[in-house]
Design a protein. Structure first.
Length: 228
């Protein structure tokens, strides 16, 4: 490497960059058309500000969320043609939204927030869990998180952790135990296990399904803490 002004250049030689790295990079730039994706930048900015965000393409894939996950949806300069193909995208939006009026939301069987975090949700039975098993899971993770904090607390500076990921969320009880902390948690349900993501959303939490054989749809250096 050779320093030239404010840049480091590779003068060439050996088996790489025979004519210098600058000419090699120029050749690639002439071949590929790079464009700036405004929405991706928005996602990156949100995560850097400590706000939950996830990259996804609604037009080509089903959103990685179970049915009836959200109470409200907001679209800001998303440039999506909602009426294309006879409004098929609206069907996907309808799938992830809970019933729209207050009466119907109350009729969904979900407890009001924040009691929803520790109240057994109706869809718990879909996985063979009883209310007693759910309550034991909540208590188990409450004690585990308390132990984590006792051990790690003195080693972590205050207000340095905001973005957290639970890499195997199960029912989301790890996140529920952190509710009193100023953090948000991305609950990841592995693709090769029980799809408990709808229980996570019924508890008022957020998450996604993912195969850990693939890269996660986010930016480098996004999270402050990973829990496995």
């Amino acid at each position: 490497m050779v320093v030239k002004g404010d840049k480091i250049v590779f003068p060439g030689g050996g088996t790489h960059f025979h004519y210098g790295a600058d000419k090699y990079i120029t050749s690639i730039a002439n071949m590929l058309n790079f464009s700036n994706n405004v929405l991706n930048d928005d996602g990156n900015f949100a995560l850097e500000r400590g706000i939950p965000a996830y990259l996804g393409v609604l037009v080509t894939k089903t959103l990685p969320y179970p049915s009836r996950s959200f109470e409200f949806s907001h679209c800001s300069h998303c440039r999506i043609d909602w009426l294309q193909r006879d409004g098929i995208l609206l069907l996907e939006l309808d799938r992830v939204l809970r019933p729209g009026d207050d009466h119907q939301v109350k009729g969904s069987g979900l407890a009001p927030w924040p009691a929803r975090l520790t109240t057994p949700p109706p869809r718990l039975a879909d996985f063979g869990y009883s209310n007693d098993m759910f309550e034991k899971d909540v208590e188990l993770w409450r004690r585990r998180v308390e132990s984590y904090l006792n051990i790690l607390g003195p080693k972590i500076q205050s207000d340095t952790i905001r973005n957290v990921m639970d890499m195997k969320a199960n029912l989301g009880s790890f996140t529920a135990a952190l509710n009193y902390k100023d953090v948000w948690v991305m609950n990841v349900v592995p693709e090769d296990g029980p799809n408990t993501l709808k229980v996570v959303y019924d508890r008022g939490l957020i998450g996604t399904i993912h195969s850990w054989c693939e890269s996660f749809s986010t930016y480098p250096r996004t999270y402050d803490l990973l829990h496995a």
